[in-house]
Design a protein around this ligand. Structure first.
Ligand code: NCD
Length: 474
């Protein structure tokens, strides 16, 4: 059984078959809650929450208690040696030597990856900054599947803070895996990050139609629409896009509306000043009175603030409290599978569609541009080397292995051609033909000419080429 001893850091760690296996076990367990006691007797789970949490922590802990296991828990970073400057790696090694399973929530993006890399036991990411929250996604999908029986072909609308909402980021990839269409309704200024959208279309196929290319009636018919992702498994073609509005309104409608709160704790100073929430309507009965919302499941990972009206609590379409309640059986199933205590059959053809990208790892050179990435934090740089996947050659794009932010470096050089011949130690613009020519294992990238000059590289005649438009940080 592939799930035993696995880590769950991002939703990519699970195949569709594995997710289905978790759902079927959760289903079985939710009907026989009291019979599960004792299943995890003798097992200990560490529950480490370095950011506020109600549902995730308490449902993980309830799940372990219901399975008859024990927990050790920390819910305050100030109460651990991290406050004394200890690294995440050291903490992970030590706690991994005490327990059988670690659940971690941390504000730094990629922190759960580091814990998984340095501990000897399975690790579950319970939210790492604005990056991912895969177990919330399991609860979300389980909720949708219970009602709609399938996820394939559904129209799922995502609403609110799509920039910092980690639940949304995991959900986007999971919906794509299961073949759903996604409608993006971000609060102005809080759109889905480019690196998430790039990964979505590069790795899961399908088409992304942005607002400026959307038909007028489509983009403003219900509520302002920023983009649509059309799954490749769906019968509609881009040519049918003008009719999507018609389809959405009269035939299938919106199957689920996933509302999220503004993640103010991650806002930049400029974003705080803008009071973003005021510019987005509250989801209430009035908004949902159109035909398209007749069968819509109203979802929210919770906590809600002002974005979802309390009047919807009694509405038969609301599902957010069920979503939260599913947290216990879903996490019971996950814990018992990762600990290897339960096994469920997986379809033979079920595999993880792993894309092998060349890795970029050097002692010098750019660090991750994301200020919340674990790899650039002072306590972690003593042992973590920046590491990127080269996900595209044209334009040359690197993706941080930890937080998955992408960027397009401005200059390239080769470690092969300058060997021994200092005169050829040249750097070139990343938009020149050299960027495609240099083999991945010889590739050196720089974000500025100063960085290249400081390493002893001289400008080539191709160093001054500029890319069209703005230089991109995704
Ligand atoms: C979410 C989270 O922490 O990312 N909550 C949860 O786990 N159910 C959503 C949020 O905080 O807005």
């Amino acid at each position: 059984m592939r799930l035993a001893n696995k880590n769950l850091v991002t939703i990519d760690d699970l195949s569709n078959g594995e997710m289905e296996a978790i759902f079927s076990l959760a289903n079985e367990m939710s009907g026989t809650m009291n019979e599960q006691f004792g299943l995890c007797r003798g097992k200990v789970m560490a529950s480490l929450f370095f950011e506020p949490s109600t549902r995730t922590r308490l449902s993980f802990e309830t799940a372990m208690h219901r399975l008859g296991g024990s927990i050790i828990t920390v819910s305050d970073v100030g109460a651990t040696s991290l406050a004394k400057g200890e690294s995440i790696a050291d903490m992970a090694r030590v706690i991994g030597s005490y327990v059988d399973l670690i659940v971690i929530r941390h504000p730094w993006e990629g922190a759960a990856r580091v814990v998984a890399d340095y501990s000897s036991v399975p690790v579950i990411n319970a939210g790492d900054g604005g990056h991912q929250h895969p177990t919330q996604t399991l609860c979300d999908l389980y909720t949708i599947q219970k009602d709609k029986k399938t996820i394939k072909g559904l129209n799922i609308a995502l609403w609110g803070d799509l920039k910092y909402g980690r639940t949304v980021h995991s959900l986007i990839f999971a919906l794509a895996k299961f073949g759903a269409n996604i409608l993006f309704y971000p609060t102005p200024g809080l759109k889905v990050p480019e690196h998430v959208l790039k990964k979505l279309t590069m790795e899961y196929g399908g088409e992304l139609e942005r607002r400026d290319t959307l038909n007028r009636t489509v983009k403003d018919s219900l509520i302002p629409l920023d983009a649509i992702y059309l799954t490749p498994s769906s019968p509609h073609q881009l040519a049918m896009m003008p009719n999507l509005n018609l389809q959405v309104e009269t035939r299938t409608g919106i199957d689920a509306l996933y509302v999220t709160r503004p993640q103010k704790e991650r806002f930049t100073a400029a974003e705080k000043g803008q009071e973003l929430k005021k510019s987005h309507p509250v989801v209430d009965k009035k908004m949902l009175r159109g035909k398209a919302f007749r069968q819509t499941l109203v979802m929210h990972p919770l906590p809600r603030v002002d974005e979802l009206a309390y009047e919807l609590d009694a509405d038969p379409r609301s599902r957010y409290f069920q979503q939260a309640a599913q947290g216990v059986p879903v996490r019971m199933a996950l814990i018992s599978l990762l600990l290897g205590i339960k096994e469920v059959p997986l379809p033979a053809e079920d595999t993880l569609p792993e894309i092998e990208y060349p890795l970029y790892r050097r002692e010098f050179g750019p660090s991750c541009p994301n200020p919340r990435c674990v790899s650039i934090q002072e306590t972690e740089t003593k042992y973590l080397q920046p590491e990127f996947k080269v996900v595209n050659r044209e334009p040359l794009t690197l993706r941080c292995t930890y937080c998955e932010h992408g960027f397009e470096p401005r200059y390239v050089a080769s470690s092969d051609w300058h060997k021994g011949t200092i005169a050829t130690k040249k750097y070139h613009s990343a938009v020149s033909h050299w960027a495609r020519k240099i083999r991945p294992e010889y590739l050196i990238v720089f974000n500025s000419e100063e960085e290249a000059l400081a390493r002893g590289f001289k400008p080539s005649r191709f160093s001054g080429m500029r890319r069209q438009g703005k230089s991109k940080k995704q």
